[in-house]
Design a protein around this ligand. Structure first.
Ligand code: HEM
Length: 215
């Protein structure tokens, strides 16, 4: 096997780009808690892939959203599995991202020169929470409806812009089919696009600055 791999490597070049891309010197004091960012990335990839699969059968409309979820659960082959997979990876992402933030905070890795990466990370955190919130409405059942009703009504408490913000988020006075479509667009287009850009910036800075290392 080794000889075959060497033969291919000599002609195609696998080892060198692999080394260049993945091999980095690690400072002293690094331990398993430094894997939490990587764990969050794995969850994000699982979330993205299962989300693409769900979007094939999910119908974002006032009359069909709930039925399409029932269909995914009961009729689509392994639909229940993909749906649970999506839900679990979102929960695991939130847990790992919070633990990652705590790890970075304890190791004081937010200090110079990593301040901008802390800011990029904080924005990522907000967008991940917003993704969870917008995704919660999509099953379009009683729990989803009332959670969104209560959650969005908080926007109203913001002085001056509150009532405009509420109108913007809901697409009207109340939570309706328009809100569902708005949340769906946020959940599958706007928020993931922001996440991709932020994560790209995050990893670019991690690679440029390296890991901070022990306390
Ligand atoms: C989906 C979200 C996120 C992913 C996938 C992610 C991923 C990573 C990875 C793989 C690393 C390098 C290894 C490690 O330290 O674990 C890292 C480092 C870092 N992350 Fe994140 N991260 C996320 C969110 C955040 C958040 C919310 C913050 C802070 C508010 C943050 C701040 C940082 C900082 C400052 C570093 C550099 C740490 C050091 O040099 O020791 N990240 N991130």
């Amino acid at each position: 096997m080794g000889e075959i791999f060497d033969w291919i490597d000599n002609r195609f070049g696998i080892r060198q780009p692999h080394r260049k891309f993945l091999h980095r010197d690690i400072p002293e004091g690094v331990n398993y808690s430094f894997c939490l960012g990587g764990a969050a990335l794995v969850c994000f990839i699982m979330l993205f892939l299962s989300g693409i699969m769900l979007s094939i059968y999910y119908v974002p409309s006032e009359t069909e959203a709930f039925n399409s979820i029932v269909r995914i659960n009961n009729e689509v082959r392994l639909g229940w599995f993909i749906r649970s997979f999506h839900k679990w990876s979102s929960n695991l992402l939130i847990i790992s991202i919070i633990l990652h933030t705590i790890r970075v905070f304890i190791y004081k890795a937010y200090r110079s020169p990593r301040e901008l990466n802390w800011v990029a990370g904080s924005l990522t955190l907000v967008i991940v929470f917003a993704s969870g919130f917008t995704g919660y409405l999509l099953p379009w059942d009683q729990k989803a409806y009332w959670a969104t009703e209560v959650g969005t009504s908080m926007a109203k408490t913001i002085p001056i812009i509150g009532k405009y913000l509420l109108y913007l988020v809901r697409g009207g006075e109340d939570v309706t089919g328009t809100t569902l479509i708005r949340f769906y667009a946020m959940h599958i287009i706007y928020l993931p696009s922001c996440l991709f850009i932020l994560l790209w910036a995050h990893f670019h800075m991690v690679r440029k600055q390296g890991i901070k290392g022990g306390l």
